[in-house]
Design a protein around this ligand. Structure first.
Ligand code: ADP
Ligand code: ZN
Ligand code: ZN
Length: 654
């Protein structure tokens, strides 16, 4: 006897599909079904008595005996798809590892069970740590959100570990989200050293078998700790007892293509559906999180100092208006020398990779720009190429100016590569370790660099923001920050928030151990208010002022935004398409949502596509979502255009 089942399929459509099914099948199981002329994998959502459609086709094969997605995770995925107005089939199937999405059997392949020695902890928790641990454990059977706000090195990870130890003993599982892949090995080893359970990681650098295994071990309860980057939020974890989000302020929790979600924001719903506590941790809470604290939605737990003898580093400014050097000022070099002579490690932070950001003609001012993007080409010396950091295209640099034919081409400005070269001339006997996307592309490279740093021998680290996050280098005593002025001058209303977070985070790298560290920031704007707060490590106070400014200007987190972005090879088509969308939006009667645009994107042309944006904003989140929902119901009137691609971004961060 056939029944009718409703199936989600990964297609960019907001509906689901009905099929006849001759087999016994569970909700959340994968099935193989005919779709058009293809055979695709779908997920069973419901059994039905009747369908609105006739001539239903039949399920070809049931791939899972039980459901692979539990009711709880299905509910959560539905909620997510609904909130981000993204097609449910794409959301459900993108939550599965590729092997399972392609219909491969859901069995663990490589049963790795390496014996390991636990390293017991030999210190007592501080008073503040104990308060935090007790608070979280007290609400272990209820949804409650906590923020551990503690300076870097104040012992947040220790709190995660102790709470996890307790919950594991009760048979619960713990999900830990970290912003970057680079941070997972370090976090994993800290958990592996301490907790008696299988720790699995979920991130993009694993191979497909590893990903599937980790997913299945989380799902069958074998792994007690599941540690991963943003996509790990969608892992089915039957005995989930706690969600931890480390470095919650980090923008990497936001997925910026396809299904655009924020894992940090979704964590609240994940914990709510499971009725368990949520623990956000950071030294520099995002303004949204601080507003949640003010609104009473989050309980703030403070770790006010570093345990033991470690103290916060002193922060000094170097006024670049009084310096002749373009990158390495004399006071900076002198301080570096002081620390290196004392057998310490130093780090320089510059948020630009490559050799130099400008390649230009000194005669006629011609500048090398990408043919396909509105962007300057960056010179990379080790490969002798000009590279576009937007579309990835590269070419050999010209030997004479393409405009005036003079041999007067030069580079201007500094990236990590040029800084490295410069440092080698100042400090010929000290190893310089450069850490950026170019030097860490290979899987093992980053780990190798970290090993060298952890050996503790004097060295100079040069890096981009990859280095700013979470790492615990015990011999690092001095941090120099080179190009902050771009952030001070930016038009993006989030720039100062991000810069303050970054400066506090990089400062946190210095002096993690007994010796006090030092931070030097080079700037041409030493009187900017941000610095007086950073000098006092007064992030909260500065964040408080920024929050007030946002409230006055009615910007997020005091308003909610959505962005509709269209792009096309034809400039007019993208703009015209957004004007059609605008008409539909304006025909829907919801007044509290402001709409502006279409306006060109910050970089109008990327890879030969022109980008246009339409911004929606409201102080009422419900209204904004009602408008978007109604819009999607009226979307058939949009004239389909093959030449225009578009997407919606809810709570955009760019
Ligand atoms: P965070 O996660 O806030 O950066 P960690 O938890 O990594 O801080 O702690 C920083 C260092 O201090 C680690 O080496 C950790 O082992 C140590 N530590 C943490 N808590 C204590 C404590 N109560 N007493 C002594 N050392 C501690
Ligand atoms: Zn020229
Ligand atoms: Zn380009």
């Amino acid at each position: 006897m056939s029944s009718i089942i409703e199936v989600a399929i990964a297609v960019p459509l907001h509906n689901t599909f009905d099929y006849l099914c001759d087999y016994q099948v569970n909700i959340g199981a994968r099935v193989s079904v005919p779709f058009g002329r293809k055979k695709v994998v779908g997920v069973v959502l419901a059994e039905k008595n009747n369908s609105d459609y006739s001539n239903l086709r039949s399920v070809e094969e049931v791939l899972d005996k039980d459901g692979i997605l539990s009711k709880e995770i299905l509910d959560f995925l539905f909620w997510s798809a609904n909130y981000y107005h993204h097609p449910i089939g794409e959301v459900l199937l993108s939550a599965l590892p590729k092997n399972l999405r392609q219909g491969k059997p859901a069995v663990v392949k490589k049963l790795t069970s390496h014996e390991r020695e636990l390293t017991p902890c030999n210190f007592k928790t501080t008073k503040e740590q104990k308060i935090a641990i007790d608070a979280v454990l007290k609400s272990q059977d209820n949804f409650h959100s906590f923020l551990i706000h503690g300076v870097t090195g104040s012992g947040k990870t220790e709190v995660y570990l102790r709470v996890t130890e307790s919950l594991l003993k009760k048979g619960r599982q713990v999900l830990v989200l970290v912003p970057e892949i680079g941070l997972t090995p370090q976090m994993i080893s800290r958990f592996e050293e301490r907790v008696e359970t299988k720790v699995v990681s979920i991130h993009s650098q694993l191979n497909e078998t590893q990903k599937t295994d980790a997913y299945l071990m989380a799902k069958n309860g074998e792994a007690g700790v599941i540690l991963g980057t943003r996509s790990a939020i969608f892992t089915p974890i039957p005995k989930l007892g706690l969600v931890i989000v480390d470095e919650e302020h980090d923008d990497s929790f936001k997925q910026q293509s396809g299904f655009r979600y924020s894992a940090r924001d979704l964590c609240f719903m994940r914990a709510k559906f499971a009725n368990i506590p949520l623990l956000l941790g950071t030294a520099t809470p995002s303004l949204g999180t601080l507003k949640n604290v003010l609104d009473g939605k989050l309980t703030r737990l403070v770790l006010s100092s570093r345990p033991g003898e470690a103290i916060m580093p002193a922060v000094n400014l170097i006024d670049m208006r009084t310096q002749s050097a373009e990158a390495l000022s004399q006071p900076l070099v002198a301080r570096m020398r002081h620390y290196l002579d004392n057998n310490k490690q130093v780090m320089l932070f510059i948020n630009r990779r490559g050799y130099a950001p400008v390649f230009f003609c000194t005669e006629c001012d011609w500048r090398a720009e990408c043919d396909s993007c509105d962007a300057a080409l960056i010179y990379h010396r080790h490969i002798n190429r000009l590279k576009c950091h937007h579309c990835g295209s590269e070419k050999l640099p010209d030997t004479s100016c393409p405009a005036c034919r003079q041999p007067t081409l030069k580079v201007l400005g500094y990236g990590t590569e040029r800084l490295e070269e410069n440092l080698e001339s100042y400090f010929p006997n000290t190893p310089v370790i450069r850490i950026d996307r170019d030097t860490t592309r290979r899987k093992k490279a980053f780990a190798g660099h970290l090993e060298q740093i952890h050996s503790g021998k004097p060295c100079i680290l040069v890096g981009t923001q990859m280095l700013a996050k979470g790492h615990d280098f015990s011999e690092l005593a001095f941090v120099g920050v080179l190009d902050v002025d771009v952030g001070l001058m930016s038009l993006d209303f989030r720039a100062t928030e991000n810069l303050a977070q970054l400066l506090i985070q990089v400062s946190g790298r210095a002096g993690r151990s007994k010796d006090s560290g030092e931070v030097a920031i080079q700037t041409r704007y030493p009187n900017h208010p941000i610095f007086s707060h950073i000098k006092k490590s007064a992030y909260s106070k500065y964040a408080g002022t920024l929050l007030k400014e946002r409230e006055k200007a009615q910007l997020p987190p005091y308003a909610h935004q959505a962005l509709i972005c269209a792009n096309s090879k034809n400039k007019q088509s993208a703009e015209k398409f957004l004007n059609e969308i605008l008409m539909i939006l304006q025909s829907i009667d919801i007044d509290s949502v402001e709409i502006w645009g279409p306006v060109p994107g910050v970089i109008e042309k990327k890879s030969n596509y022109y980008y246009y944006n339409l911004y929606l904003q409201s102080t009422n989140r419900k209204d904004l979502h009602l408008l978007l929902k109604t819009f999607y119901l009226n979307i058939d009137t949009l004239k389909a255009s093959n030449s225009v691609r578009w997407y919606l971004d809810v709570d955009p961060i760019e």
